[in-house]
Ligand binder design. Sequence first.
Ligand code: ZN
Length: 235
Amino acid sequence: MSQERFGPDTALLVVDVQNDFCPGGALAVTGGDAIIPVINAWMPRFATVVASRDWHPANSVHFGSWPPHCVAGTYGAQFRAGLDTGRFLLVLDKGTNNVDDGYSAFEATSEDLKAWLRSRGIEMLYVCGLATDYCVLQTVLDALRLGFGVTVIRDGIAAVEVHPGDGQRAQDAMTAAGALVTGDSPSCCNILLAERSYSWLECKRGKPSRSALCFWPRRSYAGRIYLRGMRCTQT
Ligand SMILES: [Zn+2]
């Protein structure tokens, strides 16, 4: 992986890399801790790194759906050892009330994430963390709905898989909604995710429509479409 840094309009969002979601935890995700070195390696490329955490009260209707996990202040709620938390500019607490909510980082109660990102001019998010099929999925769908461009770091996520295949289905749902996954090229325009991803690059195919690209930040100039962070391979 190139160590090229992203521009100031691009942030990394690390979802719920907490003890209870890692092997040995109350709601363990297989391979939940294997993503930590991957995430650590991505972090230095971003000026802004934000993390969310489940931060539940001891008694919550949320625990009707799930075994009790990530109770505020407990070991299970702590970030997993080894995660480079020193790079977190903001930590978002979510699921803090007696409600079955807080799957999405945008539901955080400690900060209005959307407003926080907007006030810093951030329009693109790279998303990683746990778990693919719940909190990562809901965070990505919310981000897209709110108009952010989203790239999911494929090796930086892991799924609970309550039902086998949930992880893949979640990934499909994210790409269908407009997210890119690192290493993938949306079929609509055969674009590749560029490792050098700061400058606006021209999409030579012209106007993308009815595709993932509709949701991707893009600008037109002199009748040409430029896509941020991507290289169009078509001429
Ligand atoms: Zn939870």
